[in-house]
Design a protein around this ligand. Structure first.
Ligand code: B12
Length: 410
């Protein structure tokens, strides 16, 4: 089969820095089975609408798969009728974030939820799709990097001062060519604001050796010197992360790297190990310093763990990239003040995201009756206001947001 895979554009206010990882493992899976695959990476190339339509007229496909997060709803709704018009005989499939959380908003011929490798393979081979499948993630082939405009991703750093997404690096860290990797699917935790794209309680990790093999290819083939582990939580398993670090150290891999983590999994011992293995950046969603808000989020952590993790990372020489959520249901001037005091004490300067109920989350179910009608089409970066979920009136709400984001020194 001739298969065209399309990556929808997101976060147009920043440069594209993360490859569409899942689309690339779908591509390699299908290609290994003998199918003819093309990726049209609209997020990397950022063509105008006219250019997209003219590019598509030059392409051929039996099956076209459209990928994108829930924030690409408007784009996908625009694109699909054009795909149908350009190639009426082609089968259109939607998969990824939007298709998984909001299949009812999809207009393709076929919607695939969750992990796409085996379902797409069944579709392309003319078999029945008997999923949802829980995939053995060690058996998935490496992503088809060669089908992407890879230079775009290599040149745009994932994190750090140059990334344009308000995340820093400590002085002296230099990154020239970076790439994102996924080492796990799912998350052992269940925070109420988070969407479980791979299903709840379905956490799997690749073997450390399998991940090292991927890093080595990236170094050899693309001279990558920075890896961004963009898992939900790369440090969820203590034994696993220690083993990964040991392998990076043993093989003297010439990289620095960053990862997403969680305050409760960072200890001084782990922080030292991470740094010894080249880790320079560690992202942690602290969300709030008010215990009642952390409880409402089902975050299963406390402000003491958060400050201990920050001290441990700093002592080890790793930049702790903290993020906070403002305006969770139950937020009051008092809970905001607790977070402001916490940020001041620790000298944290980052601004906060607006609490945003993404469809398919517990939070969404709790507040869905209060959301505006055009809510889904307005979803974006969560740095723009969409809805006030608190009991504070809008004036107080925005005043508290301003205070929460004010520089600690100010
Ligand atoms: C890296 C990342 C990003 C990157 C870019 C991701 C990219 N290029 O795709 C950046 C930093 C830009 C980003 C931004 C945002 N992200 Co994000 N991101 C992630 C993260 C951490 C990893 C993505 C990844 O590589 N996953 C691993 C691969 C294997 O999965 P995958 O790419 O989704 O692909 C699999 C399936 O989805 C499916 N699939 C995908 N495409 C297709 C296509 C077809 C045809 C088929 C059949 C199947 C299919 O099969 C694939 C293989 O199994 C995920 C969390 C996670 N762990 O997945 C969140 C996640 C995808 N992001 C999310 C969100 C909410 C956002 C933001 C809105 C956050 C914010 N508030 O700013 C913004 C977008 C802002 C905007 N303006 O649009 C949500 C998505 C919710 C949803 N329903 O879409 C997730 C799931 C996080 C969460 N738990 O809430 N993100």
């Amino acid at each position: 089969m001739k298969v065209l895979l399309i990556n929808s554009p997101i976060r147009l206010d920043a440069k594209p820095s993360c490859i569409p990882y899942g689309l690339c493992t779908i591509a390699s899976t299908l290609r290994n089975a003998g199918h003819d695959i093309e990726i049209y990476d609209i997020n990397a190339l950022r063509p105008s609408d006219e250019a997209i339509l003219s590019d598509l007229k030059d392409k051929q496909w039996d099956i076209v798969g459209v990928s994108g997060l829930v924030t690409t709803y408007k784009f996908q709704s625009w694109l699909i009728p054009h795909l149908r018009e350009i190639n009426p005989a082609g089968v259109i499939v939607q998969g990824g974030g939007l298709a998984t959380s909001n299949p009812e908003l999809c207009t393709a011929d076929c919607v695939i939820q969750g992990e796409g490798e085996y379902s797409m393979l069944a579709l392309c081979n003319g078999d029945y799709i008997t999923g949802p499948y829980t995939i053995d993630i060690n058996s998935i082939p490496m992503p088809a990097w060669d089908l992407l405009p890879i230079g775009v991703y290599l040149e745009n750093p994932i994190w750090g001062n140059a990334a344009g997404n308000s995340s820093g690096f400590l002085p002296g860290v230099k990154v020239t060519r970076s790439m994102n990797i996924i080492t796990s699917r799912g998350c052992p935790y269940s925070c109420n604001f988070c969407f479980h794209l791979f299903g709840q309680g379905n956490y799997r990790i690749r073997s450390p050796e399998n991940v090292i093999a991927e890093i080595e290819i990236l170094i050899d083939r693309y001279t990558v010197d920075f890896i961004g582990f963009v898992d939900d939580n790369t440090t969820a398993s203590k034994t696993w992360i220690h083993r990964l670090c040991d392998l990076v150290i043993e093989r003297k891999l010439p990289i620095t790297w960053g990862c997403h983590s969680r305050a409760s999994s960072i200890t001084p011992k782990l922080a030292d190990k991470l740094r010894a293995a080249g880790c320079v950046w560690c992202g942690m969603g602290l969300e709030s310093a008010a215990q009642e808000i952390l409880n409402a989020m089902n975050k299963k952590t406390c402000p003491q763990e958060a400050s201990a993790a920050i001290y441990a990372l700093r002592a080890a020489g790793i930049y702790p990239n903290t993020t906070f959520i403002f305006g969770y249901p139950g937020e009051t001037p008092e809970t905001v003040q607790k977070t402001i005091d916490f940020k001041r004490e620790l000298g944290i300067e980052c601004s906060s995201f607006f609490a945003t109920p993404y469809p398919g989350t517990v939070l969404y179910e709790q507040v869905k009756d209060r959301l505006p009608k055009d809510y889904i089409s307005r979803l974006g970066n969560a740095t723009e206001f969409v809805v006030n979920l608190t009991e504070m009136n809008d004036d107080l709400f925005f005043e508290m947001k301003r205070r929460m984001d004010a520089p600690a020194s100010g």
